[in-house]
Design a protein around this ligand. Sequence first.
Ligand code: AMP
Ligand code: ZN
Length: 466
Amino acid sequence: MSLKLYNTLTKQKEEFKPLEANQVRIYSCGPTVYSYAHIGNFRAYIFMDTLRRVLKTNGYELKHVMNITDVGHLESDSDEGEDKMEKAAKKENKDPYEIAAFYTDIFFRDMGRLNIEKPEIIAKATEHIEEMLNFVKILVENGYAYETSKAIYFDISKLDKYPILSNRNLDDQIAGARVDVDPEKRNPYDFAVWIKAPENHIMKWESPWGLSYPGWHLECSAMGRKYLGDVFDIHTGGVDHIPTHHENEIAQSKGCTGNIPAKTWMHVEFLQVDGGKMSKSLGNTYTLDQLQERSIEPLAYRLFCYSAHYRTKLNFTFEIANSSQKSLNRLREGYLLHTQSEQKIDENEIKEYRKRFLEAVNDDLNMPLATGIMWEVVRNTKKSKQFAQLLLEFDEILGLDIKNSKEYLEKQVKIELPEEIENLINERKKAREDKNWAESDRIRDILKEKGYQVKDTKDSMTIEKI
Ligand code: AMP
Ligand code: ZN
């Protein structure tokens, strides 16, 4: 079955074929670790993980790099403002390395809660300064970069074409630009690849241009090249990377190696809130912990993300997230019901579901369609272990940890209920163990009066607030 992926570079869906035999080399722009990652950021990593899982299902091996930006990401993508890490360090009165370590740990803890696989290689910017410096030296030698009193800039006018990824109109941009921060720049849209550190800058390294630090765009180019070579298969990021970050990565690689570094460029659309952008700078973000405080599990957020295709905007509301939590529980209950039945299903029916599911995910990761097929299996009126097994197969891509459904449902009962209700449930469990069905029914009715609906499966029980 062929896999089709949308390529921002060619603006079309293309049949995917790896550059080399069976291995797919991927680079994903990772987090800047100056603060908690929010659920918008995690939409990007859920997309990244879905892509990984779909490629693996298609039989490919992965060599996947994700960077951790722990220096050099300025407040604005166009070389303005303070370094985000340094700003956070000053605000929290800590060392920037401490800040980076703290938020990196939390980032990976949250990735785990979302069941996102860790890419094969995690590359921290501060551990690749030598590769970055070499990259800058090559750019200068090749005549693509020049020095000013503030930085080493990439000279856009040396390229045959810029931009090539976005529809960014440079003339409009130049006309609308404010007075440039560095009047020594040759072209207003030249960008810094290496930045000379002001006196009070904490993170800085010796270089032929004095104490300085890398530009954010350069970091990804240098680390991608180190691990994946001059040209690799797929580069991923958010749509906000298209006009500047990725455009500039392409410019740098062309200046260094003469190549566009990746064949396929994939970008995930934004998670919105109240119809507008969710972002740290606007202060309208939520973390996974904040969702959890409202009884929305990370995996329910993962399921919520499947409600829209990755290339369309998705609006977050607590109301919809709550229904995703309910849906996740229904999926778990439905799976458990299937596991309890011995009914035999015609293998052709299973094959047909499997084929449709794979067609959906292979069509540029059409997760809304794929989850629709998953629901058909969950709700099939015939109950069968074969359907349960099929759901586990689907879960290789969905990543919803369906096999542990029973544990999740039981845990929820424990976490959310008042003590009085907990006691009643325990009494009812005991009555059922003793096969005292009259007592079990009596307690079920009391629970109902108190606003809790009990549902029994063969070897577990779920409870829902009415
Ligand atoms: P940052 O840590 O700010 O560099 O962002 C990490 C990733 O999250 C990048 O791939 C961004 O494109 C992505 N991102 C940031 N905000 C959102 C959002 N609201 N929705 C989806 N992706 C986002
Ligand atoms: Zn990047």
